[in-house]
Structures are given as structure tokens and as C-alpha cells.
Design a protein around this ligand. Structure first.
Ligand code: AMP
Ligand code: ZN
Ligand code: FE
Ligand code: FE
Length: 282
């Protein structure tokens, strides 16, 4: 079922395929009334998206998605209703952006050694002027016929544990909480399934630990979860008194299987309550 809100989406400021304006136009055409723009480690697309939202009658929530240093899976934390001018937020994001830039040529070297002949210029051409992410590498590899899908590019080359994976400086949970709360925002754990924990008990205790560290909500409803997982994570969040949020992680053509506004059947996110205590309204 399609919702009229989506709290997790990417523009081409990170690795989505739509510009911030195109993303909001697409949302408007698809019946989305409230859209959070949550680009990876950058808030550079927020202003443009908010302006497009004002024109089109879509409430655009200023967001960000921060990659955290975590094992065994990956941990992403979303910040919502943040002051994008906040100095500490921007300083810390700047460190990550610098680390990302340094990583790109190392990934290229590894791919070249593995027989994948692509260049940094080709990556920059698909990524545009803003931030590069691994899906851009995947897209070039597809265009040049080295793989047939983004998934194949990740599984064979780019994913954590694959031969051309290159780690980079990542922030800690404490960093992300401090950055987001310091900028007046709400702190939410994105797509918990990607933590790759081994049991429900492990998830419960992880969520409790994250709450102690300052996390305020769980993206229980996600396009990466099946219906059972959605309901399970929702119940765990509620038991701990954490907010329940939902989003698709829309990336446009970068992730063609992910549809805007689609992240479950029985979705129960209290969208109005979610942001009412925020400094920036919503
Ligand atoms: P990066 O910003 O370079 O860390 O890349 C993050 C992006 O890559 C996000 O959109 C992830 O969803 C995507 N991604 C990470 N791992 C995989 C995977 N195994 N398969 C497909 N996409 C992935
Ligand atoms: Zn992404
Ligand atoms: Fe994510
Ligand atoms: Fe995301």
C-alpha cells in the first residue's frame, strides 16, 4: 500500500537520481504530502527541496542520513527537522565528505586491478557536482557491461566484505546524536534490518542500548523489511517508548525496486505527533 508520506528519500546531492526539485515534483505527482529528504552525509539538497515543496504544497522535512561505524551489518541514523546551518553538524559532515572523496580513487584502483576498467571521470559524470557514493560506481559498471544490475555490482565488487570494498572514516552513534540534537532535530535509526543482528533478543537489547545513547525513534516501517519485520520492529520500538517512523529509502533510478511511499501494508506512523515537539515545527 502506498502512503501519503515518506520519511526516507535521496536526491542526486547524494546517490539518488533526481535533483532535489525533481524529487519533490515526483513526490507531489505521486500523492506524497510530507517528504523527508535524507541524503547520505550531506544537507546540500535540503534548501532546494524545501523551496520546491513550498511551491508544490508538499511539506518537506529537512533531514540527513549518517553512516555509522558498525559491525556486523551497516548502521544508518537519520536526523529530522534539523537546522541545516548548524556549525557543528556541517563541520562533522565536512569530515565525512572529505573522507568520501579520498576513498573514490582507492575504489577505482581496486576495480581496475580486478579487471574493471572504469575511471574517476566516468564516476563524476554520473554523480554530478555533488557527492559520490558506491551506487555511482555500480551505475558506470552497468553502463560498461561489467555487471547487469546494481545488486550484482555490490555483491561481486562493492559491498562490505567484497573484494573492492574500501572502508572510510565513519562517525560514531554519539557523534550522530550530538550533531542531530545540537541542530534541533530528532534522531532515528534507519532500516534496522541492515544491522544484520542474529536474533530478536539481540535487536531488543540493541534498541535499548541505542535509546540510552540518545536515539529517539526507529524506522520500523521500511521497504527493506517484510510485513512481519515491520510489525516486529514496531512492537519493539513501542515497548521501549521510541517513536515509530517509516520510509522507503527512495533513490529513483539508482534503486528501481524501491517505490516512493511504499514501505508496508499496515503502516501506523503518527506523522503529526512525530514532529510537533521539534524546534522547527513541521
Ligand atoms: P556509500 O554512500 O558509498 O556507503 O553507499 C551507500 C549506498 O549504497 C546506499 O544507498 C546503500 O543502500 C547502497 N548499498 C550498500 N550496500 C549495498 C548492497 N549490498 N546492495 C545494494 N546497495 C547497497
Ligand atoms: Zn543511498
Ligand atoms: Fe541507509
Ligand atoms: Fe537512505
Amino acid at each position: 500500500m502506498k502512503q501519503n508520506f515518506d520519511l526516507h528519500s535521496h536526491s542526486n546531492t547524494s546517490d539518488g537520481s533526481f535533483s532535489p526539485t525533481e524529487l519533490v515534483e515526483y513526490a507531489s505527482k505521486n500523492g506524497i504530502k510530507t517528504l523527508a529528504i535524507t541524503d547520505h552525509d550531506t544537507v546540500n539538497g535540503v534548501d532546494e527541496a524545501v523551496k520546491a515543496g513550498e511551491k508544490l504544497g508538499v511539506t518537506v522535512i529537512a533531514g540527513v542520513e549518517i553512516s555509522i561505524d558498525f559491525d556486523p551489518g551497516t548502521m544508518h541514523i537519520c536526523g529530522y527537522n534539523i537546522d541545516i546551518e548548524n556549525k557543528n553538524l556541517n563541520d562533522k559532515l565536512g569530515i565525512v565528505q572529505y573522507a568520501r572523496k579520498n576513498r573514490n580513487s582507492v575504489i577505482i584502483d581496486k576495480l581496475n586491478s580486478a579487471g574493471v576498467a572504469i575511471t574517476l571521470d566516468e564516476i563524476k559524470e554520473v554523480a554530478g557536482p555533488d557527492q559520490v557514493g558506491r551506487p555511482h560506481f555500480a551505475r558506470v559498471m552497468m553502463e560498461k557491461g561489467y555487471v547487469t544490475t546494481v545488486k550484482e555490482a555490490f555483491n561481486r565488487y562493492l559491498a562490505k566484505g567484497a573484494p573492492c570494498y574500501v572502508d572510510r572514516v565513519r562517525l560514531s552513534i554519539a557523534d550522530a546524536v550530538e550533531m542531530i540534537k545540537g541542530a534541533g532535530g530528532k534522531v532515528v535509526l534507519a532500516h534496522p534490518i541492515q544491522l544484520k543482528l542474529e536474533s530478536d533478543e539481540a535487536y531488543k537489547s540493541k534498541f535499548a542500548g541505542l535509546k540510552d545513547l540518545g536515539i529517539e525513534g526507529i524506522e520500523a516501517f521500511s521497504s527493506y523489511h517484510n510485513e512481519e519485520e515491520n510489525q516486529k520492529f514496531k512492537a519493539m520500538a513501542e515497548e521501549l517508548g521510541l517513536m515509530v517512523t517509516g520510509g522507503s529509502d527512495f533513490h529513483g533510478a539508482t534503486k528501481p525496486d524501491v517505490k516512493l511511499g511504499v514501505f508496508g501494508e499496515n503502516v501506523t506512523v503518527k506523522i503529526d505527533e512525530l514532529f510537533k515537539q521539534s524546534r522547527f515545527g513541521g
